[in-house]
Design a protein around this ligand. Sequence first.
Ligand code: PHE
Length: 341
Amino acid sequence: MISKLKSLGEEALRKISQTNQLESLEILRIQYLGKKSSLSDILKGLGSLSTAERPTIGSLANQLKQEIDQALENKKCELEKQVLEKKLKEKTIDPAIPSRLPHRGSLHVVTQTTRKLIQVFSRLGFDVMTGPEVETEFLNFEAVNIPKDHPARDMQDTFFLGPGVVLRTHTSSVQMRALRSKPWPVRMLCPGAVFRCDSDATHLPMFHQLEGLWVDNGVKMSDLKGTLEFFVKEIFDPKAQIRFRPSYFPFVEPGAEVDVSCFICNNKTGLDCKICKGSGWVEILGAGMVHPRLFELAGYPVDQVSGFAFGMGIERVAMLLYEIPDLRFMYTGDVRFLRQF
Ligand code: PHE
C-alpha cells in the first residue's frame, strides 16, 4: 500500500510538472484529487485498515494530498503568469497615448447667448442688473403702465402665485426697480427667465429675455436705433440692417417691433428661406421710448429725462444665431444637441 501511494504521488507530481496548459492542469486535479480518484478511495477506506497500518497510511495519504494540491497551485500561478506575459508581449502598450477623459459639460446655449449679448451691450456702457422671478403684480404690470383690466394683460397669460404675486411675464418688471434704485442716468441690462402660460413649437411656459433701459437727459429715438444697429452688426452680421415697425407696448411711446435683415439668405426676398420665410426680415425684439408715466411713478423730473427700452427673447436670438429649428430642443436635455455648443 505504501509503495502504491508513493508511486501514485510521484506520477501525479511528474505529470503536473510536465503540463503546460491550464486546461490539462484542471484535468489532472480531477484525476488525482477528485472524488473518484484513487487517493480519495484510499482516504475513504482508512477505517477498514488495521490499527497498526492506519496512522502511517493515513498520514502519508494526507501528506500526498497536500503536496499534490500545492504543486497544482504553483503550476497554476506559473501558467497564468506565462499567459499574461504572452498577452503583454503580443499587445504592445503605448504609454504615450492620452487617457480617455471623462465627458465634460459645457455652458448651455442660452447661457452662452446671454453672455454674448451682455458682452456686446456692456461695450456701450450698460450695467447688468437682476430682478426676482417671483414678482409683485404691481411691478410686473402697474409700474409699466399696464393697469388692472388693461387689455394688454391678456397678451401675456400670467401665472398667479397668490393675491398680488405673479411669476414675471417679462423682464420689463425690472425697469421700475432700476429707475427707483438709483438716480439717473440709468443704463441697465437685465437678463432673466420669464413665465407665460403657453406651450407649443415656438412658445414655452418659461423662456429668457434681455431687457435694456437707457435713461438720461436728451435720449432720442435715433439713440435707440444706433444702439440696436450696433447690436445686430456685432451679434449677427456686420452687414445686418434693422427696420422698425410701429407697434404697441403700454410702457413705451412710440413703440416698435424691430426686425433684422435675414442674414441667412442675405435679405433676398422671394427665396425659400426657412428663417425669414422669404420675407427677408426676422422679428427680434420690442422697443420704444420710455412712457412718461414710468418717470412719474419713479419720481423723475419728466421734463428733464427721456429714455428708451427694449426687450428681446434670448432663445429667439440663439435660434437665429445657430439656426436651431425648434425651440424645444433647448429644454429637452438631449446631450446630442447640447454637445454641439
Ligand atoms: N416686454 C416686452 C415683451 O415682453 C418687450 C419690450 C420691452 C417692448 C421693452 C418694448 C420695450 O414683449
